[in-house]
Design a protein around this ligand. Structure first.
Ligand code: SF4
Ligand code: SF4
Length: 61
């Protein structure tokens, strides 16, 4: 599973990387990446993101 990260909204605060219980998110130089092998669609990052940049990937359900 994975989340979608809107790069035009993300300010690279790194918060989602810290709150993800599965360590699925990684802050890269120019973007935040979600590892689909690790993500469990818990939506903790979606609720956390101050910019509303993260959404769940519906097709993963
Ligand atoms: S919490 Fe939101 S704004 Fe912050 S790095 Fe993650 S996606 Fe970007
Ligand atoms: S939905 Fe949950 S497991 Fe997936 S990236 Fe967000 S916080 Fe991590």
């Amino acid at each position: 599973m994975s989340v979608k990260i809107d790069r035009s909204k993300c300010i690279y605060c790194g918060g989602c990387v810290s709150v993800c219980p599965s360590n699925a998110l990684d802050l890269k130089e120019t973007r935040v990446e979600c590892d689909p092998e690790k993500c469990v669609n818990c939506s903790v990052c979606v609720k956390f993101c101050p910019m509303g940049a993260i959404s769940l990937n519906k097709k993963d359900k």
